[in-house]
Design a protein around this ligand. Structure first.
Ligand code: ATP
Ligand code: MG
Ligand code: MG
Length: 549
């Protein structure tokens, strides 16, 4: 795998290798196991793994598990599965919690160097004394505690003597710093919470800004890539590495987060959708988790290609969701067999076709890829067509089936509509047609032409199937209206379920097999709900878009 284009982080890596600052590139992907990964994480995963890979380096997977209340083993397992599925193998698997003891010792070192102190201010008091962008903060009254008292209090914090929120360990940096992150930031907090790995061994936990640089330094990470909101934290990152006297000195680089139009892209919000039952789970095909995109029918190749092509920059960008769709169409175009499915069926009886006879017609599996070969499809007196491929009173330029009109059935014959059968309420329930045996597909018939081609599935052999047409979960914000919260933008019609038929050769379709259904788009066999009794297909993407990047 190669990065298709250069980017500023890759340029930094090139310079660092050239100047000899580093001998080898070591990156890491550091998810917090508090939810499932989404397409934004995929961007970070691709960047980290592909960058190291390009320069024969290594990438670690490190779980940033410093917040026990929100973290679970279920999430750890799901994240590992998703990273592998995307096509990446980590060189080493680590947990920030593996380093709790070392982090504790380094904190004692900071105390001994008079660079950290135990502070008894409440969270509110700390906020009030932190100052603002225009006002400096004020020193904590506990800032001048002696080294001995701080060492003692910190040990007793660890021993569990104090309740949650009563004390913290803070770095002693500068309450007047223009960078608020540097105003004596909290390094440790008390939390009597059960940790998914360390159990009840600890009741103090390091903060991200302290744990992250130490984890990077311990693992000898060379390029620690994170998103732009951590730019202000970089001086603290460097401060921790320096004053904790870490041997290996990692550097942090920031790039802009990926955002996609109409997609909920934060684990916190995704969790809310799952918890409130608005979606069926973390792998619901309507949400942009890796699992959801996978279930919808996205391939690892398409997601990786998307991540490469959208590039890496410092400008916050909102990528159009149609961009993502472009890459899955590109990937499946030559790979997915093209078959016929009728998703909203209307029965057609071909009155001049012999009763009880079935013939098998040859159909190519992919018109753009001959190597995919051909299959046999049945044809007989009774078939299904799409309900909207027939109109009793068509407008101008409607070239599909209507009384007296002739169309081509894909891979089969011309048929002509002779009679419309209705129920008592006046609904069309069946169409009677005649066919012309001379017009068989491939016969070279050219005595007359028809303007419309429609698809069909032969009725006696057809397999019933469910089709899920997926629309965006969020409806687009109207211009000029007040900004709405995402919960107010939930699209009530985000999943339309239709019942129809597919060709009999689909009986062997396996979980996650992908097809292009003629005229309908690409579909994925649902890995959870599809069975040999009831095939279920999720629409990955329709065939065309007005927008191709
Ligand atoms: P969320 O708010 O969705 O929980 P997070 O940044 O808190 O996101 P982490 O588990 O901490 O999630 O993220 C792991 C890595 O993935 C981090 O390096 C983070 O910067 C990166 N990442 C997360 N979201 C995005 C995104 N939208 N675009 C690019 N990188 C992202
Ligand atoms: Mg995070
Ligand atoms: Mg988060």
């Amino acid at each position: 795998t190669k990065l298709s284009s250069s980017n500023f982080i890759r340029n930094i890596v090139l310079e660092d290798l050239h100047s000899g600052r580093v001998q080898e590139i070591i990156t890491r992907f550091p998810p917090e196991p508090n939810g499932y990964l989404h397409i934004g994480h995929a961007k970070s995963i691709c960047l980290n793994f592909e960058l190291a890979d390009e320069f024969n380096g290594r990438t670690h997977l490190r779980f940033d598990d410093t917040n026990p209340l929100k973290e679970e083993t279920e999430y750890v397992e799901a994240i590992k599965r998703d990273v592998n599925w995307l096509g990446f193998e980590w060189e080493a698997l680590h947990f920030a919690s593996d380093y709790f003891e070392e982090m504790y010792e380094r904190a004692q070192l900071l105390i001994r160097k008079n660079l950290a102190f135990v502070c008894d201010l409440s969270a509110d008091e700390m906020r009030e004394t932190r100052g603002s962008l225009t006002e400096p903060g004020t020193n904590s009254p506990y800032r001048e505690r002696s080294v001995e008292e701080n060492l003692d209090l910190f040990a007793r914090m660890r021993a569990g003597e104090f309740p949650d929120g009563s004390r913290v360990l803070r770095a002693k940096i500068d309450m007047g710093s223009p960078n608020i992150t540097m105003r004596d930031p909290v390094l440790y907090r008390i939390s009597h919470a059960h940790h998914h790995r360390t159990g009840d061994a600890w009741c103090i936990y390091p903060m991200y800004d302290y744990a992250h640089p130490l984890g990077d330094a311990i693992e000898k990470i060379t390029h620690s890539i994170c998103t732009l909101e951590f730019e202000d934290h970089r001086p603290l990152y460097d401060w921790v590495v320096e004053h904790c006297e870490m041997e290996s000195v990692p550097h942090q680089y920031e790039f802009s987060r990926l955002n996609v139009t109409n997609m909920v892209m934060s684990k916190r919000y995704l969790k809310q959708l799952v918890d409130e039952g608005i979606v069926s789970g973390w792998d619901d095909p309507r949400i942009p988790t890796i699992g959801g995109l996978r279930r919808k029918g996205y391939t690892p190749e398409s997601l990786r290609q998307f991540c490469r092509e959208i590039g890496v920059s410092k400008n916050n960008s909102l990528v159009d969701e149609r961009n993502l769709e472009f890459f899955i169409r590109e990937d499946l175009k030559l790979k997915a067999p093209r078959t016929m499915a009728v998703i909203d069926p209307l029965k057609v009886v071909i009155t001049n076709y012999p009763e009880g006879q079935i013939e098998w017609l040859e159909a190519e599996n992919n018109a753009e890829n001959e190597e995919m070969g051909v299959r046999s499809i049945p044809f007989s007196r009774e078939i299904y067509i799409e309900r909207d491929d027939f109109m009793e009173n068509p407008p101008n330029k409607y070239f599909r089936l209507f009384p007296g009109n002739e169309v081509r059935l894909k891979h089969a014959y011309f048929i002509k509509c002779e009679e419309v059968i209705k129920d008592e309420a006046g609904n069309v329930i069946e169409i009677h047609c005649t066919y012309d045996p001379r017009t068989k597909s491939g016969s070279g018939f050219n005595e007359r032409k028809v303007k419309g081609t429609i698809h069909f599935v032969e009725a006696t052999q057809a397999l019933p199937a469910q089709f899920r047409l997926i629309e965006p979960l969020l409806v687009e914000e109207e211009d000029g209206t007040e900004e709405k919260s995402f919960m107010e933008r939930i699209n009530p019609n985000s999943m339309q379920v239709l019942h129809g038929f597919v060709e009999p050769n689909m009986k062997d379709a396996a979980s996650e097999d992908k097809f292009q259904f003629f005229r309908h788009g690409y579909f994925n066999v649902d890995p959870v709900d599809s069975s040999t009794k009831q095939l279920v297909f999720n629409r990955t993407v329709s065939l065309k878009s007005s927008f191709d990047p």
